[in-house]
Design a protein around this ligand. Structure first.
Ligand code: SAM
Length: 341
């Protein structure tokens, strides 16, 4: 996560009420630059590890060129209003703001509003957001539960890694943090749906937020493409285990590749375009990817007896120590569609 000097950002509640930067209860507790407490706070809020949030930022850097290419191909233009649904640590907001410029508007929506607000506040202190004051803002809420996202419809609706993420069992709250869980818990009616029904519900919601003549761009991964490029025991074992866990219902490891079919099944119609990107990365970032995915898959792997705590702990250590291995990463698939004017 980058840290810069100060600028302002604002956070809107689901109903559109606006508050000054830092007014979110969570963010007020975690000071900028205090990475440990900030990470702990995020983990507490979202019931995941701080490592994952550092990882989201690292991953975003790898996927930045492909994301820029998809934004260009899908036609995001100066002056447009954009929704980034499931914006997470706001890694894409600067790319969106750069394209829409000072006359545009970028809204980041996330079920974990304080996390997104904190991330935007940090990013707003440096380029390019420092030069685009007021262009970006955060709306906190559940895409599926909000009666409407405050200022929709939008010229351009964007979502990256939202469908797969929403379906992950890791999203489900644990009994250890019930109060936060209640606040963040997706409504069971929508989120207990198996994929592809959940994907259809998300896509229909995103499509409904696109104004006539506007565009929907969705980016998802295909984990089945991931493989080590040379024999390396820890990488091979981790890849096999992650493959098994991400194929377990309700997940679909090939969600990215399924996007054109999901668009059609959701009633949006045939996509106008698709872009598939691959990345081959050296040992350190690849080990970080595998450790993060393995941490996510941990509960599933233990539940279905594919691995136990001891093996997973040992494998995590082996991955951390692996220094000569290359990995072909999951594919990143972008699909977009323009709504009739
Ligand atoms: C894997 S992260 C991706 C973040 C960001 N789009 C990116 O590509 O870096 C998925 C994000 O979606 C958010 N999310 C999941 N389900 C959501 C929902 N139903 N409504 C709003 N946000 C949701 C999560 O809080 C998380 O921050």
């Amino acid at each position: 996560m980058q840290c810069f000097a100060t600028n302002r950002c604002a956070m809107d509640g689901p109903g559109g009420e606006r508050s000054g930067a830092g007014s979110g209860g969570g963010s007020a507790r975690s000071g900028a630059g205090n990475e440990a407490s900030e990470g702990d706070h995020r983990a507490e809020l979202f019931l995941r590890g701080a490592q994952e949030y550092r990882w989201l930022a690292a991953q975003a850097r790898v996927w930045e060129p492909a994301t820029r290419r998809a934004l260009q191909a899908a036609g995001l233009a100066a002056g447009q209003s954009v929704l980034d649904a499931g914006c997470g640590t706001c890694e894409v907001l600067p790319l969106l703001a750069e394209r829409v410029g000072p006359g545009g508007r970028v809204t980041g929506l996330d079920i974990d509003g304080p996390l997104a607000e904190q991330a935007l506040r940090q990013l707003s202190r440096g380029p390019p957001l420092a030069a685009l004051p007021g262009v970006c803002r955060i709306v906190a809420g559940d895409l599926l539960a909000l009666p409407q996202v405050a200022v929709g419809p939008f010229d351009f609706v964007f979502a990256r890694s939202l469908i797969f993420d929403t379906a992950r069992p890791a999203m489900r709250p644990t009994p250890t943090s019930r109060s936060e869980a209640r606040r963040l818990q997706p409504p069971p009616s929508a989120h207990s749906l198996p994929l592809p029904h959940l994907a259809h519900a998300l896509l229909r919601r995103l499509w409904a937020l696109v104004r006539a003549g506007g565009t929907l761009l969705v980016i998802e991964h295909d984990v089945t493409a991931m493989r080590p490029l040379a024999p390396q025991a820890a990488f091979e074992r981790a890849t096999r285990l992650i493959g098994a866990a991400t194929r377990a219902p309700p997940l679909d490891a090939a969600t990215g590749t399924q996007l054109p079919r999901l668009f059609e099944a959701a009633g949006i119609g045939a996509v106008d375009g698709c872009d598939v990107s691959s990345a081959i990365e050296p040992a350190a970032p690849s080990a970080a990817l595998l450790r993060s995915l393995l941490a996510d898959a941990r509960d599933t792997l233990i539940a279905v007896a594919l691995a136990d705590e001891i093996e997973l702990h040992r494998l995590d250590g082996d991955l951390a120590a692996a220094d000569e291995a290359c990995l072909r990463w999951p594919d990143l698939v972008a699909a977009w569609k323009r709504k009739a004017a």
